[in-house]
Structures are given as C-alpha cells and as structure tokens.
Design a protein around this ligand. Structure first.
Ligand code: GDP
Length: 423
C-alpha cells in the first residue's frame, strides 16, 4: 500500500489521464491536487471515451474515493456538466468529494481571464483557456477568494462577496464588461450548495485515516512542469504547481508520505499555448506527429505544437520532481518515422548546455539533436518489453537514460490494455 504521485513531466497532455485511470483500478483514493477545468484528461476505458477536466480520473471505479483537493480551483457548473457526461455511461459520481478549502471559479473570473489575455501585448499571450483559473488563483493569493466551504455558510458567503465585489466590479468596468450584483452571485452559490453541498468536506481527516490505514492513494496532477508557476516557462504558465511539490501542498500530504513519483513523458514533445518550445517542428515531421498523434486539445480542440523529445527538459523535470519512475506514452505514434531525433542539449550564446535555462534562455536556445533509427512497424499490439522491436527498445532505453529514472510503463495506444508494464 502506498502513496503515488503522477505528474506531467513536459508541457502537459502527456497522457497522465490514462496512467491514472490504469492505476486507479486498484487505488482506494485519487486526489486532484491543483488546477481547474482548464486542461483535459482523455480517458478511454470499457465505459467509453471521456474528456475529464476537473473530476479525478479515478471516478470510473465506484470503490475509489475521488477528491478534488484543497489546491484546486473549482467551477461547479463545469463539474456538473462533466458529471452529466459520465452519468450517461452509468457512472454516478457519488464517490466524488471536494475539499472545503478549494477555491471557487465564479462567472466573472472567466470573463476577466479572456479580457486580461486580450489586453496583453502581441507575442505575450499565455494562451489561457479562459476558464477563469488565473483570475481565481489571483484572488486566492490576494486573500479575497471564495472557498468551497463559504457556500455552505450563507452569512459568511455574503460578507466575503460584499468585500470582494467592489474591486471585481472596478476590474470588469475597466474592461467594459457588465458588472455583477451580490444577489446574482448569491443565487449562483445557492444553486451550487443545493447540487454539491453534501460533497464539500474536510479531506484532512479522510486522508490522514487513509494514510494511517495504508490505503493505496494516487495524487493526480494536471498540465506539466513546464507550465509550473515557479519552475515553468513563466509568464506562459499556469497559476499553480503541477509538480510533486505541488502535490504535497495541494493534496495536504507530507513529502514524507509519498512513496513513488511517476513522471509521465510522451515519446515526443507537444505544447499548447504560448512560450518557448525549443524542439518545435514546423516541417512535415511536426505535421505528421500532430496528425498521427491526434494532437488537438481535449478542452479547446486547439492544435498542439509538436516537436522531438526534449531530454534537457525531461532531465530537469526528473530532478525537480524526484521521479522514482517514468511512464512513456504514445510510443506507437513514432511507428512510421524512419529517423527519430532526441534533443540532448541546447546551444545558447555559443555554448553547449544540458541544464535547462529559464524562459528567456529557452527562447534563444537552439536544440542539439542525436538521431536514432525508427523501427518502421506497429508497436500497437506489444504487451511486453520483448514484443517491442529492438529499435523501439533502443529508443525507449535512451529516453530512460537521458531522463534519469527507470521506466515503469510504456503505452502503445490509447486503449486501457495498450500498455507494457515493466517489472
Ligand atoms: P493528459 O492531460 O496528460 O491526460 O493528456 P491528454 O489526455 O490531453 O492527451 C493524451 C491523448 O493521447 C489522449 O487523447 C489519449 O487518449 C491519447 N493517448 C494516451 N496514451 C496514448 C498512447 O499510448 N498512444 C496513443 N496513440 N494515444 C494515446
């Protein structure tokens, strides 16, 4: 029995959802520890294909307690829609709970998100999904935010909203957006209380009990380290910490209690949104990665930027997160490439570097590649290491060596069983 954190080792969209979905089959608790409904996990299992945005991927197992943790920001309207979408597949969502400390995304957060993004100078757009996540976290940091527990206490809620509203309405007016009234917000929160009130709980005693009784616990991250507020490509980042460190604070679990940290890496690189992306390809290989890998956002449908595997970023990610193992996803997408490149260093100011520089360094860095032979056959049916062609084995071994953590899983297709479990 153990606590395992699963985090994105690149720019997000690594395929974390399917790894969590797989591990959640035996997990007793799954906790989303940061972020909001601004990124999607695609989960394909025996119940169908689902795009989850805020609900933990463990939801499909009715025995699994699913927690939306204290470090998240929650839009109850989208949570309701998501619950409705899985209800049609017979998943009742009764195993879903939201921590009292999670912050709430209110409708004006979404409007401000879009307006703030539109006001940025050309080239500085973050590429937000306009889900209100950034403005909600700003309010949290400014200590004016509304927490899930506030809606359970109408008097407290009224006072908190009264204090927050004048400033919010000034911001809305500044952007020419219609202002909001206290009554409107109270009405929305009353609706949310009605729908979710019984699921807003204090998760601290629940998790303490789960750890003390040696339950199997998964901590589920969203996005990836390169979008981390502190260690990512600031300002093109999200407003929270999708790293293993963020898992501790967001879920309320001490670093001492985390036994394994699994970094999910795609066998190549993709990024959605702004900011540097040194291995980005603008040629037919980039196009091919996008079309074969179906690299379009689960939340927005936006085409993802595609490039070769960046081992400089991966080894940085491994160090900051402290991966005990990695899961390599989407190996099958490379099946028809004759040559595959791996970025092993950057040229920056005339020097070869292998430590990831910060944002401005990444903007100027030129990737240095090594080239490997492609295997030119399908890996989709592989279920063991020995089933993989030798050239695919060599590629995966090289990723392991450059990243710096042993490989625990290799996925070769989106279906639940298209996975190789390394012993
Ligand atoms: P997440 O946010 O990290 O969970 O990633 P997404 O769900 O946004 O993106 C991963 C996408 O790749 C989804 O559409 C998955 O169904 C798909 N996927 C995951 N693993 C594999 C794989 O091994 N092969 C292929 N071809 N697709 C995969």
């Amino acid at each position: 029995m153990s606590v395992t954190a699963i985090v994105g080792a690149q720019w997000g969209d690594e395929g974390k959802g399917r790894i969590v979905d797989y591990l959640a089959q035996k997990a007793q608790v799954v906790i989303r520890f940061q972020g909001g409904d601004n990124a999607g996990h695609t989960v394909i299992n025996d119940k169908g294909k689902f795009a989850l945005h805020i609900i933990p991927s463990g939801i499909f197992n009715p025995e699994t307690l699913c927690i939306v943790g204290a470090g998240t920001v929650v839009n109850f309207d989208t949570m309701a829609k998501e619950l409705a979408s899985i209800a049609s597949a017979g998943v009742d969502g009764k195993n879903l709970f939201i921590d009292r400390r999670a912050h709430l995304i209110l409708p004006f957060h979404c409007l401000l998100d879009g307006a703030e993004e539109a006001s940025k100078k050309s080239g500085w757009a973050v590429g937000t999904t306009k889900r209100g996540v950034g403005p909600c976290y700003s309010d949290k940091a400014s200590r004016v935010g509304i927490r899930a527990s506030d809606i359970l206490d109408p008097e407290r809620l009224r006072v908190r909203l009264e204090m927050m509203l004048p400033q919010k309405n000034r911001q809305l007016e500044h952007y020419g957006i219609p202002t909001v009234t206290l009554e409107e917000l109270l009405e929305i929160c009353a609706k949310w209380r009605e729908a979710f009130g019984s699921q807003i709980v204090d998760t601290f005693p629940i998790l303490r009990e789960a750890i003390q009784s040696d339950k199997e616990i998964l901590l589920e991250g969203q996005l990836g380290i390169m979008r981390d507020l502190d260690w990512g490509i600031y300002p093109y980042t999200t407003s929270s910490n999708p790293t293993a460190g963020g898992a501790c604070s967001g879920a309320g679990i001490s670093p001492r209690h985390i036994d394994s940290i699994i970094g999910v890496v795609k066998a190549y690189s993709t990024s959605v949104g702004g900011g540097p992306f040194p291995t980005e390809l603008f040629d037919k290989d980039g196009e091919k990665l996008r079309s074969v890998g179906l690299e379009f956002g689960a939340t927005t449908g936006r085409p993802r930027r595609c490039g070769w595997f960046d081992a400089v970023a991966a080894s940085f990610s491994c160090w900051i997160n402290g991966f005990t193992a990695i899961a390599v996803t989407k190996l099958d997408v490379l099946d028809s490439f004759e040559k595959i490149k791996i970025c092993t260093g950057y040229m920056l100011n005339g020097e070869l570097i292998t430590d990831l520089p910060d944002t401005s360094g990444q903007e100027q860095a030129k990737p240095v590649y090594e080239e490997m032979e492609g295997w030119m056959c399908s890996t989709e049916e592989a279920r063991t290491w020995d089933d993989l062609p030798p050239k695919a084995q060599a590629y995966v071994k090289r990723l392991e060596e450059l990243t710096g953590a042993p490989i625990a899983f290799i996925s070769v297709g989106p279906e639940r069983d298209q996975i190789i479990i390394m012993q």
